[in-house]
Design a protein around this ligand. Structure first.
Ligand SMILES: [Zn+2]
Length: 334
């Protein structure tokens, strides 16, 4: 039997499903690939297409003509549909464009694939146009709707496609990916991993940026200590916050780090995996988890999301930072 995806790291459930679907020959014509941004949705689709086209015993091999063309994004049988430049909506015209080529024979690989980006932005008429393709799927054509939220799609679309979910990578998986990319195992890499929120691509980008990541990580560490250690108090938390975060862009990045730290703390409380995303050592997450209640972790994370969503509104920065710090502190006491 052929071996699939021996090199693919993460999203184990999705991987398992596709391995058995490939072996059993029961791939569906339509998939909704749902997951957070940075959770490897496009990587999963690309690896799947490579595995479907590759003739090696270990597919995808990454070396044959079809693997190379699919990797480089130059295979003529794979088309990506996304909103027009500067627009967010996927219109009916874009979907109708699929009809022009869908019936043609594939030229490069044994099938054709259409990847619909930002599927949650397909308006209703676009979704209805799409539905017609689903109802009578042409042979050897596969559709992938990439989305952060499958619920934003019409129930008629959801019921005709299989929903596959991707998960962010944990710290160990991130390390494995970066090892493979030849990035040296040093402090800078650990900082980039902590900052990347489970996205290997993002970690690579941050690693390239350098010093900034170290400083942000340092700020986030200080804030977590000031928030969660037993001898902390509101005034010192606000002071640490004010001293270290001056600008909105810093605030957004540090808050994103706080959220991934809180996710680790919550995973710890629930006795989930010992693989952390933010903390280098599991014991650190464990230690912090003793000083905050379950509901306070959720509340604090919610408040941070809320503050992130209003942080791009013009505010009096100094006042806003104090107000933000105060709200985060209050949330963690519940
Ligand atoms: Zn190959």
């Amino acid at each position: 039997m052929k071996k699939y995806f021996i090199d693919l790291i993460g999203s184990d459930q999705a991987k398992e499903y596709f391995i058995s679907a490939l072996n059993g020959g029961y791939l569906s014509h339509a998939y909704i690939i749902e997951g957070a941004s940075g959770s490897g949705r496009r990587t999963l689709i690309k690896e799947l297409l490579k595995a479907m086209a590759c003739e090696s015993d270990y597919a995808p091999c990454g070396k044959c003509g079809s693997c190379i063309r699919l990797d480089a994004g130059v295979c003529v049988d794979v088309r990506t549909i996304k909103p027009a430049e500067g627009k967010t909506e996927l219109t009916v015209d874009l979907i109708r464009g699929i009809y022009d080529s869908v019936g043609l024979m594939p030229a490069d690989i044994p099938f054709k694939a259409y990847i619909i980006e930002d599927g949650e932005n397909m308006n209703r008429s676009a979704q209805n146009a799409f539905l017609k393709l689903f109802e009578e799927p042409p042979e050897n054509v596969y559709f992938f709707i990439v989305t952060t939220d499958a619920q934003a799609l019409l129930p008629t679309i959801r019921s005709r496609a299989l929903i596959i979910r991707t998960e962010r990578l944990d710290r160990e998986q991130m390390r494995a990916v970066l090892d493979r990319k030849g990035i040296p195992d040093d402090k800078k890499r650990e900082d980039a991993i902590a900052l990347a929120n489970g996205s290997a691509g993002e970690a690579m980008r941050i690693y390239g940026d350098g010093a900034d990541a170290v400083k942000l990580r340092d700020t986030a560490d200080k804030l977590i200590k000031a928030l969660l250690l037993p001898d902390s108090d509101k005034l010192s938390f606000i002071t640490v916050h004010q001293k270290n975060i001056k600008k909105t862009d810093e605030l957004c990045k540090v808050y994103a780090l706080l959220q991934s730290a809180l996710r680790d703390v919550m995973a710890c409380k629930l006795g989930c995996s010992e693989n952390t995303v933010y903390f280098t050592r599991y014991e650190d997450a464990e230690e912090y988890s003793l000083h905050i209640s379950d509901s306070a972790v959720i509340k604090t994370s919610d408040v941070i999301s809320e503050l992130l969503s209003i942080s791009d509104v013009p505010l009096n920065p100094a006042l806003a930072m104090t107000e933000f710090a105060s709200r985060v502190w209050d949330a963690h006491l519940i």
